[in-house]
Design a protein around this ligand. Structure first.
Ligand code: AMP
Length: 219
């Protein structure tokens, strides 16, 4: 199992979905999962909408239960890539107990590091296709069709939490949780890489790490 750590805007979404296509294994983004739930017109949907719009983290218990259910269903097949989970040490503990119940080893942890000053600019220029989920960027990865998705022609959207005030709150949440998580995974299969290059080079570096660690596991 592979998981991505990194600040909002570090490229976790782009790189995890690319790796998922390259390796042919599913990717679970907890952000996408929660945004899907938040669209529902239920009390829980409305509560989630408020939390996501504020940039704070959703309760550990809710996220852990949802991820645990997905892992039990999907992990024993081909493995899975996690984007945005765990975000706290409590979530990392929950993940470990799910993996141990399933008789699986610890995850390969890929940490994308991007300088803080680049993050805000990346996030405010990020655009998302609401239909196919492709992530574009007005500066570094514009759609060939301008404001429309080059895959399916849908009008691109800006995420509600990609505004400067909410970005600062999300970064604060990340800073609070990041050091304890790095410490948690320091003795695991943990790799920290520069996520600030062009996305093809980052992608190649990630694939090389996955290849090396898979080779070691098979040896
Ligand atoms: P992301 O798409 O990963 O940037 O996540 C968007 C938002 O979803 C975050 O700001 C949180 O509110 C929520 N979220 C995503 N993953 C988690 C998680 N593992 N734990 C708690 N909240 C999460």
């Amino acid at each position: 199992m592979i998981l991505f750590l990194g600040a909002p805007g570090s490229g976790k979404g782009t790189q995890s979905s690319r790796l998922s296509a390259q390796l042919g294994i599913p990717c679970l983004s907890t952000g996408d999962m929660l945004r899907g739930e938040a669209k529902r017109n239920t009390a829980r949907g409305r509560k989630l909408r408020g939390i996501l719009a504020s940039g704070s983290l959703v309760d550990d218990s809710l996220v852990c239960a949802a991820v645990d259910a997905r892992l039990r269903r999907e992990l024993p097949g081909n493995g899975i890539i996690l984007d945005g989970f765990p975000r706290t040490v409590a979530q990392a503990n929950s993940l470990d107990s799910t993996l141990s119940d399933l008789g699986m080893g610890g995850p390969l942890v890929l940490h994308l590091d991007v300088p803080r000053e680049r993050i805000v600019s990346r996030l405010t220029s990020r655009r998302l296709c609401p239909t196919c989920g492709t992530i574009f960027n007005l500066k570094s990865r514009p759609s060939w069709l301008g404001s429309y998705c080059e895959n399916d022609g849908a009008l691109l959207m800006q995420r509600e939490d990609d505004t400067e005030a909410v970005i600062l709150r999300r970064l604060k949440e990340f800073d609070r949780a990041c050091a304890p998580l790095i410490k948690y995974y320091s003795r695991a299969n943990y790799y920290r890489l520069d996520g600030d290059g062009d996305s093809e080079s980052v992608s190649a570096a990630l694939l090389a790490i996955v290849g090396r660690t898979a080779g070691r596991a098979a040896a």
